[in-house]
Structure formats: structure tokens, C-alpha cells
Design a protein around this ligand. Sequence first.
Ligand SMILES: Cc1ncc(COP(=O)(O)O)c(C=O)c1O
Length: 384
Amino acid sequence: MINYEAFFSRAAGHMKASAIRKMGGVAAQGRDIVSFAPGFPAPDTFPWQDFQEIAHELLSGRDGSVLQYGPTRGYRPLVETIADVMARRDAPTSPDRLLVTTGSQQGLDLVARVLLDPHDVILVELPTYTGAISAFRSVQADLVGVRQDADGVDLDELDEVYDRLQREGRRARLLYLVPNFQNPTGLLISRTKRTALLDWAERRDVLLVEDDPYRDLYFEDSASEADVRPIRADDRSGRVVYLSSFSKTLAPGYRVAWIDAPPPIAAKLEIAKQASDLCTGELDQRIVYEACRRGILDRQAPLLRAYYRHKRDVMVAALAREFGGDVTWPEPRGGFFLWASIPSPVDTGAMVARAIEHGVVYVAGQAIPIGWPPASPGRLPPDA
Ligand SMILES: Cc1ncc(COP(=O)(O)O)c(C=O)c1O
């Protein structure tokens, strides 16, 4: 028997399977189970008919480039379409800043590889997106969490954590944020806090990594376009690396997303992507491009807002009915996530096993590796 452990790199030693993906696997095992575990879009919202027509047209032609390797930066008409999308988000950009990625997950991986060395510090919201934890850990960066208020990262604590690190002789280089309907808490960073965070990053000379896959999914009863304005829209000095995705608005199966970054960073990301996959799937990019060109993306957005808002209402009503006043949660104003706090001594991890017996799966906070609220600001445990 070969001892494969002895062959693994040090970096591989730090890799841990995501608890959320494991929970997703429970749902995929063919059992009739209601899964609240992964942030999967609802398949009944996918524009199946449109995708069929587009794929049929693309594959019926003789245009060999549809199935060919493409440029690493992305299919040029799609890159231009993304520039239009960015302009509509009040963040005008240009092709030298843009890179199409194979999902935002690849974007996070590339950002980690280009901007972080082992033991560099990246500040993250507590709790934060598990996929980002995986990407940053895979380059052996040290993640340091900052508690969130109802309207996002606690600015005082952000300062305290930064100062404490400095006293220890360490400098935080990046701050990773999901300002719109954060995964996993559903929180929305307020407009004033966005401005304050950009100022803070300027003062402290930190780069912001703004991960924004959910912004189109604001619920119109409690949020608007103005509330989801990217931090990037007010970035005058090139502090923000911005990521967004078509996964939550068209379909995640295409794996088409993008990064908008200052040109020197974008150029490095392009080289890192060449090592990773040469280019994002050309057929996928063409389908997404056509879906944008034919107005399908614009048509989907309001439908999705209404659809997920209804789901939010059903969930909130069920929680209020079943748990009464013991359980609290910030009411989601968009996106997929609701984060409920259950008073101790209830073990929410142990509850999952019972929930699965009853045909329901969810993610317990302890699986995300970060307490809520944390006893004290701090580093995430190394093996979390
Ligand atoms: C905050 C956040 N960032 C990135 C991603 C990855 O998205 P993509 O499908 O574009 O890789 C997700 C997916 O759940 C997410 O919630």
C-alpha cells in the first residue's frame, strides 16, 4: 500500500472539503430531501427554452470557433457585454481591466494566487463564504475574521483587529467582502458603511476584494438598486478587485463569471488563469453572451427577485411559527441566505442529523468554521 499522504504538498495538507458541499451531497444521494444547504439557484427558474434554442443555433452552424479554445481574457463580445453590465452598475470599466473566469470561484482562487503569499493576512467577515475560505487557505494565507453588525463589518473592530495585527508585526493586505446579501448571513452592507470601508482601505493601504454574485436579487419590498451599488463604483484610486457572476441569474452550470481589477492586477490574473485552465469554456461563454444579447438576463432579473422574495417570506413565516421568539435572524433583503441564531445549549450541528431523518438538510454555523458572534475577534482555527 502506498502512503499517499507522504506525497501530498504542504498546500494540499491545508485543503479541507467544504462542509456545505458535503451537505449538498446528502441532497444529491437521491433521497427525497429538502435541501437548504448549498446556495444553489432553483432549477425551475432556469430559462430552459431559451437555452435550448441558443445551444441549438450555436451547434448547428459551421463556426469552428464555438468549440475552439478562446482568448484567456474571454470571448471578446462577452467581455464588451460585461463592460456594459459594469457601466449599468455605475462602475464603468474597460477590457484591460476585465477577465472572464470559470465561475467566481475560480476568480477567488486566482486572486488568492496573485495577491497572497503563505502566512499573509486576509481580513474576512465573520462568518464568511466557505468557498473563499478554501481559496485563501489553499495558498496558506492566514484568515482573520471581523465581526459583523446588522449592516455589515463592525468598523471599530476592523480597526482594532488591524492594529492588533500590526502590533504583532503583521500587516493585513486584503479585506474580502460580500456586500450584497452575504453568504452565509444574508446581510447587506449599508451605503454609509460602504463609503466608510473604502475610506478605511485607503487609510490603511489595504486592497478590497468585493465579491458580488447576488446583487441582482434584491427584494423590492426592502431594497433597491441604490442599496446594492458596488463599492467599486466609488473607487477612484484602484483599491477594489471586483468579482461578479452569471451563476445566480442565468445558471451556475455554465461557470461564467468575471473579475474587474486595476490593469496591472488583471494582467497577472490572466497569466495565473493560463496556468489554471487556458480559458473559460467557449461554448459556455457564447451561450451566456447570447442570453445577454437577446435580453434574457434582463427579463430574468425581476422574475428572480419576486421568486426568491416569496421563498424568503415562506421561510420567515415558518421560522416564526415553529420557533416563536427563541430564534432570531436578520430578515434577508435579497439573495439566498437566512442566518438564524438559536440560543445555546441547543447543538445545531447535532440537530442536522435529526433534520436529515425528517427529510431536511441545512448548514449548521459550526460547519462554516466560524462562531457567531465570535467570543473574541480572531484568527480562524487552523483546522476549521
Ligand atoms: C459569495 C460567493 N462568491 C462566489 C460564489 C461562486 O460562484 P460561481 O458559481 O460564480 O463560482 C458563490 C457561490 O455560492 C458565493 O456565494
